[in-house]
Design a protein around this ligand. Structure first.
Ligand code: G6P
Ligand code: MG
Length: 221
């Protein structure tokens, strides 16, 4: 029986995925690297350091020390925080508030499984901090998406088993993480990208709790 919903944040609750990409593009340019056209497909859902390593691989001849990488990550985060400074509840993606309200009315428990260390800060700006029963701190985990750790940990914090939750993602690495945690995966975006999702909707406006619950129940039985 469905007892909880777990959400990725960037690209699911709010449109911050575009700001992550813009900040990485600026940082890459400042060190003479141009991102490949499909970079965002890889970067979505990846931790800050995994993202930086992917960018630095585009110029393999140059070697960066761990300290230099820390500095580059900090610079990207400063750029990102500037881009997201003025976010408000108007930046919650269409359909999300309605979904959260319907889920709460049904007594479902709600969690956030975001790889972003900025999640609490942004959820506060969106005035969504109090809407969730659990927000996993990615710094407490040994591995990042596509590893299942973040979805396992969030279900655990909610006090629910993997078969009792439905999880939402916009990134291929996130769907992989959900499925590795043996949870029901709702992909938001394109079917070509979100391979392995149990249900795919084109955008958050298409999320409907009744439709999703029917699919969840059909999958269990
Ligand atoms: C999310 C985003 C990624 C981002 C990661 C870490 O998973 O989809 O693009 O790199 O969080 O975010 P942070 O705010 O900690 O740099
Ligand atoms: Mg995402």
């Amino acid at each position: 029986m469905l007892k909880g919903l777990i959400f990725d944040m960037d690209g699911v609750l709010t449109r911050t995925d575009r700001y992550h990409l813009a900040a990485w593009e600026q940082l890459a340019k400042s060190i003479g690297i141009e991102l490949p056209a499909n970079a965002n497909e890889y970067l979505k859902g990846r931790s800050r350091l995994d993202s930086l390593n992917y960018i630095l691989e585009q110029a393999p001849a140059v070697h960066y020390t761990a300290t230099q990488k820390d500095e580059l990550c900090a610079r990207k985060n400063t750029l990102y925080q500037k881009l997201t400074a003025d976010m408000t509840p108007a930046d919650i993606l269409p359909g999300i508030y309605t979904l959260l309200t319907a889920a709460k009315a049904q007594g479902l428990r709600l969690g956030v499984a975001s790889a972003s260390q900025n999640a609490p800060r942004l959820l506060a700006k969106l005035e969504l901090l109090d809407s969730f029963d659990a927000i996993t701190d990615p710094a407490t985990l040994s591995a990042s998406k596509p590893d299942p750790a973040i979805y396992n940990q969030t279900a655990k914090l909610l006090g629910l088993s993997s078969g009792e939750v439905m999880s939402f993602e916009d990134a291929a690495s996130g769907i992989e993480s959900i499925k590795a945690a043996h949870q029901f995966a709702v992909g938001i975006g394109s079917a070509e990208e979100l391979v392995g999702a149990d249900v795919i909707v084109p955008n958050t406006a298409a999320l409907d709790l009744i439709m999703l619950t029917v699919q969840f129940d059909a999958n269990i039985s």
